[in-house]
Ligand binder design. Sequence first.
Ligand SMILES: Cc1ncc(COP(=O)(O)O)c(C=O)c1O
Length: 472
Amino acid sequence: MAINESDLAALDVAATRAKDFRRRMATADATPTADYDTIHARFDRPAPDEGFDASAVVEELVTGAEEGMRGLVAPRFYAWVNGSSHLAGVAADWLTSAWGQNCAGVPMSPAAAAVEAVAARWLLELLDLSPECSVGFVTGATVANFVGLAAARNEQLRKAGWNVEDDGLFGAPPVSVVIGADAHSTVFQALRYVGFGAKRVRTVATDSFGRMLVSDFERALKEADGPVVAIGQAGQINTGVSDPFAEIVPLVRQTDGWLHVDGAFGLWANVSKRHRHLLEGVELADSWATDGHKWLQTPYDCGFAICRNEAAHRRAMDLTASYLAPAGSHQRHPGAYVPELSRRARGFATWAMIRRLGRNGIAQMVDEDVRLAKLMAASLAEIDGVEVVNQPELNQFVVRFGADRGADEGDRLTLATIERIQQDAVAYLGSSLWHDRWVMRVSVCSIQTTEDDALLTVQAIKDAWQAVQDAT
Ligand SMILES: Cc1ncc(COP(=O)(O)O)c(C=O)c1O
């Protein structure tokens, strides 16, 4: 059957509308003009009995949904740690869909498997990790944390004489899990997935910025009974700081433990000559989780689960089926390192972004985002009543408003100022709890953000804070 030209034309409609959107977004604030209820009402009709022309479907989707898009790709978006879905990555991602490739195995898509293999090697080079490591291309850091912890669990129990792959966890020797008190919530989620439980952990005390205290980490390891899985982080979600890997790795080694690192965005500091000292020793860990859709700027969904012990990684994730031919002995089987079978070929967008930016481009972006975060923090610190809780060493920092008027009043004024900033819609910032107090979190994680954007944002924050004070 010949291709349906009318369906084919939908790709042009999508390209035209996407280009319009991205042109507008390049200078826009990040605020949608329609809310959830409006968009929901537009789409909320009975499931259609009859089909519709593909181009018209795309038009209907764009017309109905676009006003409800948060500008995650806009230059003054700082609320969550989001990359900007760079257009080179988007184009590769579109092709991934158009090619309809399933990266479940080499025979299923030789190109997807081969490009993913090269992208995996490039990632290890850029992140300065051993070329012996294995890489699984997953949806994001949450699943990458799950994969790393599953490999850690199985390997630590295997060394203790227990085979999780065959026998599961019932009756297995207890594993001691050691984790910093300021770890990201998705790591606790991953602990639930692997059957460790989010609360059955030894929590290590942290300093005021969220770094694990080495003395308490050492104590936790001494108290540990049985196999040890320790979890560190490169890039705390609020303050951007990293654990002191050079000091904690040798301690983990002494216990024959496994150190997993959540480096969702922070691991990318290793690409930068100027900032890699912040992660010193991170390369000595056993597994790492990081994202493409943060500081590599790929579109969603794109994360990487990296393991030093490839065999452990494979044992935890590999899947065989009679109808799936194995990869050749010199070929990398892409399905060996991930929890799912059918899967988007994420290697294309990863390859495209690394090819587009190169090592130097990625390093420059990291350095520039850090410079802008420092500039914003320093400018905000000069404003009366504004407390910059941590001067950033990386791209993340948190701010409180009116904290000098008491902790509760500071909470109220902080939330009121964030609300005002969101209403003014020059920049988009959000709230977070930091050590039980409300803060405004600033994450500079986009290649789109310029110094002009940073200065505009500082002015918008200043104006909002003034308006809140005037109203009080
Ligand atoms: C430190 C950290 N870990 C894990 C995650 C989860 O990543 P993802 O949303 O890609 O699953 C995030 C997301 O912001 C993060 O910042």
